[in-house]
Design a protein around this ligand. Sequence first.
Ligand code: NDP
Ligand code: 2IT
Length: 468
Amino acid sequence: MTNATEYVQAIQEKLHQKDQGQEEFLQAIDEFMPTVMSFLDTHPEYIEKNILELLTEPERVIQFRVPWQDDEGNWRVNRGYRIQYNSAIGPYKGGLRFHPSVNLSILKFLAFEQIFKNSLTGLPIGGGKGGSDFDPKGKSDNEIMRFCQSFMLELSKHIGPSIDVPAGDIGVGAREIGYLFGEYKRLKKYDTGVLTGKPLDFWGSKIRTEATGYGLVYYVKHLLNEEKDSFNQKTVFVSGSGNVAIYAIEKVQELGGKVVTCSDSSGYIYDPEGIDVKLLKEVKEINRQRLTEYANQRPSAIYHAGESVWTLKEKADIALPCATQNEIDESLAEILVENGIKIVAEGANMPCTVKAVSVLHEAGVWYCPGKAANAGGVAVSALEMSQNVQRLTWEREQVDEQLDQIMETIYHTCRQTAAEYGDEKNLLLGANVAGFEKVAKAMAAESKKKKMKLSWKYCEHFVYLLEK
Ligand code: NDP
Ligand code: 2IT
């Protein structure tokens, strides 16, 4: 029989051949594969059933055109996608991203990661992701609405509360979910559970807006607790200034830490007095302005145009990348180490490159992978699905408490699994193995182990039946 290393490497090579050019997808594969080898060594039954190769192939990839009219009456065309990656433990679940960089590779990496993230939540949700290369920046509300309606015209054919339940991601928040839901309702029927992250007025869950950022901070809080430490007096760097970043900043400050940075794709803010989260919300959420506006209104803030926040050379304790994939490469990870950072926890999906993760591990920095640390968003999405099925809305405190408990369980699962398979501090290994094991078990249960062998016992039984 093939050993686990050979088996995993053969799948990896095949994917590199078949999916040439899908850089982000192959990066996610290369990050994942080596971490499950020791697990597969002790579980040959999954090799026998070829579960890993089956799992790396998406169940379905849907691509469609999205025509829409701009305010001048011109017809524009974008590309829409939905990747229905794996439904072993529940309906496909994952966000929609609207950003000009969106392509098949990015959505496949996001959907692949989502499988394990959703599994770690302990809730019955499979993995999926979708979106479009549509750029919401500079578009009017009407243009965004018309785009969302056209996008849903096609997407509605493929989703449903027990089939596939999209939500938000970059460029998709409650406003877009509202337009998408309105169109779904017109096309199909009133089905609250078809999307999550809905506005509260039509059955969205309390705390869903805050969930990813809060959940990220809860994950780190439980790590700090176990190390007999806390957020109190900690200096924290955050990147991004969108949904995840804003609520991560809010929660860190509530727990006594000081966040001194945030960023967007045009530059970053260094605010040594601590980010004024009320002002940040006003600039980004209410007025939908750029971060320069925050700097204009806040005397203590220094704005660095065109630079990555991770080039900042100042002492800090914790880094929370909350913008996008590959924002921290090897050399930026080295700066983080020199700055004295002890914990890097990913609010974004795959913000650290594979080499950056190695730098952090080698320097003894706690690296908390996105698929575990940012699972709070999708976890509360799953709680929204539960509320929708029950036709109930739960109180803020109730959802927040459940979110905290889920993040605590995910953290301990990662740490215990990491210890079981070699290295207690390797939370990436812990997250990958624990997320994979549950899905692999479910997939294995769907198929018989081997063709039944014709043993003497069966032959005797057959003869007995013939004689009868
Ligand atoms: P938002 O659209 O609300 O905010 C995105 C933020 O990241 C903005 O500040 C944006 O700046 C910045 N950003 C986006 N792309 C780039 C880029 N190429 N370079 C530099 N900055 C960039 O998105 P979210 O906050 O929802 O998502 C942020 C990350 O968190 C993503 O990786 C997402 O996949 C992940 N995530 C989101 C969850 C959710 O529930 N929303 C759940 C789990 C993970 P600008 O405005 O200039 O584009
Ligand atoms: O990356 C993610 O987990 C999300 N964008 C949230 C997905 C969801 O279904 O809430």
